[in-house]
Design a protein around this ligand. Structure first.
Ligand code: XIL
Length: 418
């Protein structure tokens, strides 16, 4: 009875708000998290309130504050004012902290990128950087992205200052040094476009092998997950790709997930497709035992790196720019809830929505009435607003939508006004 009530509460309509981390943990992941845009925390109360909701986000990562240009802009001058924003926030809210990032060609001050180095002098520079930055955050970083984006999209090695000086030797060197400066944190290689299982993915597999063959430590591979609506691989293909890495004995995680519309405004159908794409990514993590968690690269379209980076693209996140949950949020919560309750996986098909089941969970009257008072006779529910729930297994709320939106079936548990 207790379990049943718990599950009922978990799936009760109003309880589905703000609980992606809670659902993720129940589904077997370690966390659901978000990047923190440093400038927004103190200037935007709505942003801060959602970020601090630990039922929604159990993990955070600084969007920019720990990068080399932020922490050591001039040689020997270390500054943590930006990086500490996220670290302090994680402590304040008891959120798991991912730390990002140490050895990366981008957002690297020119004194490093354009310096004239030998192996010995550049080793010393990396060692000093890690000694200070990892030392400052020692004991608080659950994961560190040690090396970021070492590969070009065609699978060739990226021509960074690190590669020019060391060849691939900087890979095991960086992980070895990172271990020395923080033996407890989990050490990650992190990159984008690994999701497509092409030449770049092959090379990332090779990176893990190079590090391991050198006897250096590596704990995980981060799939950044900067993806495109309608071009995101299927759940099964994504899981196959993740397993190429877990087969090597490392964890995997989605570390910077966003799924952008190529052009705006996005149609209702495109919103649904985006939701299914998010569900496939999160679902693939659920399907692979060593996939430890999912992090979105900010959660609101109000603060996303996408529009300024990909011309014409945008709306890549799970809340819109006015902090309203999008279909993407609902789809993620559905796929997590399905795993959390042992129910059949949610269909990712838009053309043939899964049939509602009657066997999942019998929601108790009290569970739904505490959160969603329901008239006992002749219900006259007001029409639901845009984005609101309008149907699904056990749903007792409104089933019609305010004009011009229509109630669309996303999966057995959720229909949404889109
Ligand atoms: C991006 C930030 O989101 C932007 O604010 C910044 O201007 C550029 O960097 N891969 C990474 C992230 O590893 O650090 C990048 O973050 C996005 C791509």
């Amino acid at each position: 009875m207790h379990t049943k009530a718990l599950l009922a509460a978990l799936l009760a309509p109003a309880a589905v708000s703000a609980q992606l981390h809670e659902l993720a943990v129940r589904a077997g992941l370690q966390y659901f998290g978000t990047a923190l845009r440093e400038g927004a925390l103190n200037s935007d109360a709505q942003f801060a309130a959602i970020l601090r909701d630990t039922r929604e986000f159990g993990q955070i990562v600084p969007e920019n504050g720990q990068k080399w240009e932020s922490t050591q802009p001039s040689r020997g001058q270390f500054t943590y004012s930006q990086g500490d924003i996220t670290a302090n926030e994680a402590k304040r809210n008891s959120q798991f902290l991912r730390c990002h990032t140490l050895v990366w060609h981008s957002q690297l001050p020119s004194w490093v990128a354009s310096g004239s180095w030998t192996r010995a002098t550049l080793t010393s520079v990396i060692d000093t950087h890690m000694a200070n930055v990892m030392g400052h955050y020692k004991g608080v970083c659950g994961h560190w992205d040690v090396v970021n984006e070492a590969i070009n999209d065609d699978g060739t090695w990226r021509d960074s200052v690190f590669y020019r000086v060391f060849g691939t030797d900087y890979l095991p060197l960086s992980f070895e040094l990172a271990k020395k400066h923080d033996p407890e944190t989990k050490l990650y290689y992190n990159d984008y476009n690994l999701e497509y299982n092409q030449a770049k993915t092959d090379r990332a597999v090779e990176i893990v092998r190079i590090i391991q063959a050198a006897g250096a430590p590596i704990d995980g591979v981060g799939f950044q997950g900067h993806l495109i609506v309608g071009s995101t691989p299927s759940r099964a293909n994504l899981a196959t790709t993740l397993r190429r890495f877990t087969a090597l004995g490392v964890d995997v995680a989605y570390t910077e997930l966003d799924i952008r519309h190529s052009s705006l405004p996005a149609s209702s159908q495109a919103q649904v497709t985006q939701g299914n794409d998010f569900a496939n990514v999160v679902g693939s993590c659920l399907d692979v035992p060593r996939c430890v968690g999912v992090t979105v690269w900010s959660f609101t379209d109000k603060y996303s790196w996408v529009p300024s980076t990909f011309n014409g693209a945008g709306d890549a996140l799970i809340y819109d720019s006015q902090f309203r949950k999008k279909a993407a949020w609902t789809s993620i919560s559905s796929v997590l809830a399905a795993k959390a309750t042992g129910a059949p996986p949610v269909s990712s098909s838009t053309s043939t929505p899964a049939q509602p089941t009657t066997t999942l969970v019998t929601r108790t009257t009290s569970a739904s009435s505490t959160t969603q008072p329901t008239p006992t006779s002749a219900p006259t529910q007001p029409a639901q607003v845009r984005w609101g729930q309008c149907g699904g297994n056990g749903w007792t709320g409104p089933t019609t939508c305010q004009s011009p939106y229509t109630c669309q079936v996303l999966n057995p548990w959720y229909s949404q006004c889109l």
